[in-house]
Structure formats: structure tokens, C-alpha cells
Write a protein of this length. Structure first.
Ligand code: FAD
Ligand code: NAI
Length: 475
């Protein structure tokens, strides 16, 4: 006898578990299935984000930044530390504890919201009276029927053709988060978000890190001025970044990895490193769903094909998060999860893609929302720009962290904020003011007239907004 639910969610990453919670809040009976497990076979809900993504990477970024601060910056504050040493195993163990707390947090939330959790793989078994039959396989087997199905199966790291991940020498994000000893030399293919974050972690801990990027431009998705400032800062820290390269046939042995490549000028070079991280993007994960058997349509790149409401081609089957088009970000997955649960309940859930913020958690941090200057120029849109450097911000000086700036871009006629770009301390937190203003379709003048506490980094946002009208007060 099948177990009946109003909603069955496949995948308990940030998209799936949040969709399950919102559906339960709206009074529906909800099941959530997730296959992830710990090394000892226990359920580990939370998806890529919790297990091998956002959370463990931020734990290691924090720990390694502490190490960097003690090593290189405490002295400026008059603090001398002798006999400093790194206990990498303890650092990694702490990261694992943070992950576990988050896994347990999700399980707690399932219980609190009366969501039935199934630990195993969920696959479509066919359409039945009253919905879709989903089979759960794993340690236990179950047979579920959901009136609505939400596919939230996420993504997986993309391999370089002919170079499979072995997670010892050739590392995906998974292996990159658990290297047992700091490698003397570390190569990274792809100067994207993972390459920069994980490259920073291991550089801070002592590795000599070289990042090879195919695109001629560094951080092409960022505002050019931000990318330039970030490149300057990363280079000064010792990260070696080469853009415009063409990688040849990579060879990995038990001891090293050899990467022949052509640099931007066309010269042949070879990089030999102890370990290699390959971070060249991610691919949607639909393996194991039995999608083809029920005719669930995928697009040409393997994403589950959805419309703007996250509806698939099958009735009452929805898909959200990394497995569908759009940015592969945890908060985007969450917003889609909430919106779909609300649509199932007959409400009008909505996700505003124009105000999804991006953050890179390096030092300096990089964050942006909306359009950058290149995009506005390409659109022929008239705009005014106002920038404010952290070097002129009292709090940043007190922190000893004055790299970077805030830039506000506003429509030349209406003053509506079109984009905000930050490189500098706590950019990840500062950006939410910009998101809020843009959600309300506010103007630069609105930010400029809001009272910001002194001394805070957020004053740089106010000053950049004032600078749009050429009336910054402290610069
Ligand atoms: P996922 O989190 O991938 O979850 C999918 C879940 O579905 C998994 O648990 C999987 O096991 C399960 N599953 C798959 N198929 C089945 C099946 N058939 N049956 C049962 N279960 C199944 N994003 C940010 O916003 N901020 C960050 O700081 C950030 N840092 C990142 C760092 C790294 C190293 C990586 C790799 C990613 C990072 N991301 C970050 C991206 C973020 O992790 C993803 O965008 C997010 O996890 C997507 O959520 P999701 O719910 O769509 O999928
Ligand atoms: P990415 O898309 O950010 O960067 C991949 C980089 O690799 C690009 O610059 C691309 O030009 C380059 N590249 C591709 N093929 C290459 C090749 N053959 N040789 C050299 N360079 C090549 O992807 P990444 O870093 O793997 O991360 C995947 C996704 O995970 C991100 O796009 C993001 O959505 C998410 N993520 C988000 C984080 C955050 O929000 N802070 C942190 C980490 C990941």
C-alpha cells in the first residue's frame, strides 16, 4: 500500500528542504526524500550546500582567515604570537562538526514541521490515480504517491574531459574540502567562485596556489572595476592567477599532477603540482530519477526544463534549484522552493531574478546585485555611478581592512538603483541593503537619505549613493 502525500519532494538541499517546510506550513502533508549519507551511513540532509558546498567552505574560509590574520596581520595591532602552528586535522574536524550541526538542523526542522523524511533514492515509477508514484530505494524501500512532486536533485561538479575526479590528486569541491595535509603546490583549473574560495583557503594555510582560467578576462561576470581590484588584492596575497589559458592533456600520478597549457600569448608551459582542484562549473543532477521513463523533459544542457513558474512538462511535477536554469545558488534554490510550495497552495509565489545577490567569500569579499557597468553600457542605458572607497571609511580603518569600494549605479533620469557592486570587508552582509532598496525599486537618493550608524562599513554604501549625485561627504 502506497503512502499518500500532498507533496513529495525529491532532494533535501536548500531548495528541497525549504520547499518541504513551506508546503507543510501551508497545511499540506509532505514527504521529503534524500539520498546523502555520512561515511557511517547516517542521513545527511542539506544537500551540496550543507555537505560539500556553502557551509563547509565557509567554515574553512573562516578558520584559514584566522590563521592568515595571526600570521600576517596581528602584529599591526600590537599582538605578537610566538610558536604558531596549524593543526589541520582539528580544523577539518571543526568543519565536519559545523556540517553535522546543519544536517541535524534539517532533521529537526522536518520533525518540527511534521514532514516525513525518507532516507534513500527517490525515482519516478509512473503516473497513478491521484498523482505520481515515487519509489524510494536504499536501506529501506518505500512506495509513495504524491499529488504534487517537486524535483530538487541539485547538481554535481563538472569533470574536465578525460580527467575523472579521484578526490586524492584530482579534486572536485568535495576533495578540495578535505585535503589531509597542506599541499606544497596546488593547481586550480577555473578562476570562478570555487577556484577563488578554495584557492584562498589553501593559500592561507601555506600552499603555493596557481589558478588557470580559460577566459581572457578575470571574473567576467563581475563589474570590471571590481574584478580589477580583486585581482590586485589576490595577486598581492600570493595567489597566482593566469587567464586566457588553454589546458592540454593533464596527467595525474600518485605523487603529482602535470598540466601542460598554452598561456594567453600562445606560449607552451607546464605546471606540475602536488594536487589539482578542477572547478570549471557544475552540471545538473538527474541521474537516478528515472526521468526518461515518465517523459520528464530535460533541456539540451541536461537541466530539467521548466517554465518561469518552475512547472515541468508533466502535470503537477515541479523542479527547482540547481537542477533547473538560472544561477546555481542556495538562496535562489530556496526562493524557488518557497514560491513553488505557495503556487501549489494556490498562492502567487514569485522569484525576482533581477535582485538575486551574488557573493564570493574571499578576502576581500565580492558581492553584487543587479546590472554592472558593462551591461548598462551594452544596453545603452543612461546611468550615473557613485563610488566610495573603504580607505575613507572610519570603521574599515579601525578594522585594518581598507581594500576595495562600494559602487552604486543609478538610472540617470529616475535615480532608480540599477546595480550595486562591492569589493571589500563584509561585502556579503552589506549587499543586502542594496537588495532591499532594489526590491522596493528605490533610488540612490533613498539610500543617501537613510541614517546609517557610525562607525560602520555600511556608511560606505550611503556615501557611494551620495557620490551618485557627486556629494559624498567623506571623500
Ligand atoms: P543540492 O544542494 O545539490 O541538493 C540536492 C539533494 O538531492 C542532494 O542532497 C542529493 O543527494 C539529493 N538527490 C539527488 N538525486 C536524488 C534522488 N534521486 N533521490 C533522493 N535524493 C536525491 N551557493 C550559495 O548561495 N552560497 C555559497 O556560499 C555557496 N558555496 C558553494 C560552495 C561550493 C564548494 C559548492 C559546490 C557550491 C556552493 N554553492 C553556494 C552552491 C549551492 O551549494 C547550490 O546552489 C545549492 O546547494 C543548490 O541547492 P539544491 O537544493 O538545488 O541542490
Ligand atoms: P564557475 O562557473 O563559478 O567558474 C568556473 C570557471 O572555470 C569559469 O571562470 C570558466 O571560465 C572556467 N573554465 C571552464 N572550463 C575551463 C577550462 N577547460 N579550463 C580553464 N578554465 C575553465 O564554477 P565553479 O567555481 O565550479 O562553481 C560552480 C558554481 O557553484 C558557481 O557558479 C556557483 O553557482 C556555485 N558556487 C557559489 C558560491 C558562492 O555563492 N559563494 C561558492 C562556490 C560555488
Amino acid at each position: 500500500m502506497s503512502k499518500q502525500f500532498d507533496v513529495v519532494v525529491i532532494g533535501a538541499g536548500p531548495g528541497g528542504y525549504i520547499a518541504a517546510i513551506r508546503a507543510a506550513q501551508l497545511g499540506m502533508s509532505v514527504a521529503c526524500i534524500d539520498a546523502w549519507e555520512t561515511a557511517d551511513g547516517k542521513p545527511a540532509p542539506g544537500g551540496t550546500c550543507t555537505n560539500v558546498g556553502c557551509i563547509p567552505s565557509k567554515a574553512l574560509l573562516q578558520s584559514s582567515e584566522h590563521f592568515e590574520q595571526v600570521n600576517h596581520h596581528f602584529e599591526e595591532h600590537g599582538i605578537e604570537v610566538k610558536g604558531l602552528s596549524l593543526k589541520l586535522d582539528k580544523m577539518l574536524a571543526r568543519k565536519n562538526v559545523v556540517v553535522k550541526q546543519n544536517n541535524e538542523g534539517v532533521l529537526y526542522l522536518f520533525k518540527k514541521n511534521k514532514i516525513t523524511f525518507f532516507h534513500g533514492k527517490g525515482e519516478f515509477a509512473g503516473q497513478v490515480d491521484g498523482g505520481w508514484n515515487i519509489k524510494v530505494t536504499g536501506k529501506t524501500e518505500d512506495d509513495l504517491v504524491g499529488k504534487h512532486i517537486i524535483v530538487a536533485t541539485g547538481s554535481a561538479a563538472r569533470e574536465l574531459p578525460g580527467l575523472p575526479f579521484d578526490e586524492t590528486q584530482v579534486l572536485s569541491n568535495d576533495g578540495a574540502l578535505r585535503i589531509g595535509g597542506v599541499p606544497k603546490t596546488l593547481g586550480v583549473i577555473g578562476a570562478g567562485v570555487i577556484g577563488l574560495e578554495m584557492g584562498s583557503v589553501w593559500r592561507r594555510l601555506g600552499a603555493d596556489v596557481t589558478i588557470l582560467e580559460a577566459m581572457p578576462e578575470f571574473l567576467a561576470a563581475c563589474d570590471t572595476q571590481v574584478a580589477k581590484e580583486a585581482m590586485k588584492a589576490f595577486t598581492k596575497q600570493g595567489l597566482k592567477i593566469e587567464t586566457g589559458v588553454k589546458i592540454g592533456e593533464v596527467k595525474a600520478t600518485a605523487k603529482s599532477v602535470t598540466l601542460p597549457y598554452q598561456d594567453a600569448s600562445g606560449a607552451d608551459k607546464t605546471l606540475v603540482v602536488d594536487k589539482l582542484i578542477v572547478s570549471i562549473g557544475r552540471v545538473p543532477f538527474t541521474g537516478g530519477l528515472n526521468a526518461a521513463a515518465v517523459g520528464l523533459k530535460l533541456d539540451e544542457r541536461g537541466f530539467v526544463a521548466v517554465d518561469e513558474d518552475c512547472k515541468t512538462n508533466l502535470s503537477n511535477v515541479w523542479a527547482i534549484g540547481d537542477v533547473v536554469r538560472g544561477p546555481m545558488l542556495a538562496h535562489k534554490a530556496e526562493e524557488e522552493g518557497v514560491a513553488v510550495a505557495e503556487r501549489i497552495a494556490g498562492q502567487h509565489g514569485h522569484v525576482n531574478f533581477a535582485t538575486v545577490p551574488w557573493v564570493i567569500y574571499t578576502a576581500p569579499e565580492i558581492a553584487w546585485v543587479g546590472k554592472n557597468e558593462q551591461q548598462l553600457k551594452a544596453e545603452g542605458r543612461e546611468y550615473r555611478a557613485g563610488s566610495f572607497p573603504f580607505v575613507a571609511n572610519g570603521r574599515a580603518r579601525a578594522l585594518g581592512d581598507t581594500t576595495g569600494f562600494v559602487k552604486v549605479l543609478a538610472d540617470a533620469k529616475t535615480d532608480e538603483v540599477l546595480g550595486v557592486h562591492i569589493v571589500g570587508p563584509m561585502a556579503s552582509e552589506l549587499i543586502s541593503e542594496a537588495v532591499t532598496i532594489m526590491e522596493f525599486r528605490g533610488a540612490a537618493e533613498d539610500i543617501a537619505r537613510i541614517c546609517h550608524a557610525h562607525p560602520t562599513l555600511s556608511e560606505a554604501m550611503k556615501e557611494a549613493a551620495l557620490a551618485v549625485d557627486k556629494r559624498a561627504l567623506n571623500f
